[in-house]
Design a protein around this ligand. Structure first.
Ligand SMILES: [Zn+2]
Length: 143
């Protein structure tokens, strides 16, 4: 799969070793690119394939993928931490309701407005908009 190879190239470029755990992790995110994954889900997947792999090593690998902007961490009420594949997506911001935990993906139009404001207000361009907004959705809002 081409994407898998691209991601391995990103790791190597950033002087990260390509280990079996990292290969499985990348493939898991590619296969589930349209949804976010929970920590227990990720752990179960890796422990099936690499018996004996410990949680802290899984966690360190997730931190590394986060640092390389391959995945983004979302903290969702009642669902805990979730991880979303965001590699090469121009828009990856999420809007999360603090009351019901509903996660919505950001829309392109919003991103364009933010880009314009970044330029007008901060004279800043080509930002990687990796942001999570926490608030209340229309159903959970009071008043
Ligand atoms: Zn809500």
């Amino acid at each position: 799969m081409r994407k898998h190879k691209d991601l391995l190239a990103v790791l190597r470029h950033n002087r990260q070793r390509v280990t079996p755990a990292r290969r499985f992790l990348l493939q898991l995110f590619i296969d589930n690119h349209s949804r976010s994954l929970s920590l227990p889900e990720i752990q179960a997947h890796l422990q099936d394939r690499l018996p004996g792999i410990n949680r802290s090593s899984i966690y360190r690998n997730l931190e590394m993928l986060k640092a390389l902007s391959i995945i983004q961490e979302l903290r969702v009420v009642r669902k805990g931490r979730r991880y979303q594949f965001v590699f090469e997506r121009p828009v990856h911001h999420f809007i999360i309701c603090k009351a019901c935990g509903k996660v919505s993906k950001g829309k392109r139009g919003f991103f364009e407005q933010v880009e314009r404001s970044l330029q007008d207000i901060h004279d800043f361009k080509k930002a990687n908009l990796s942001v999570t907004f926490y608030g209340f959705c229309s159903r959970c809002r009071v008043g």
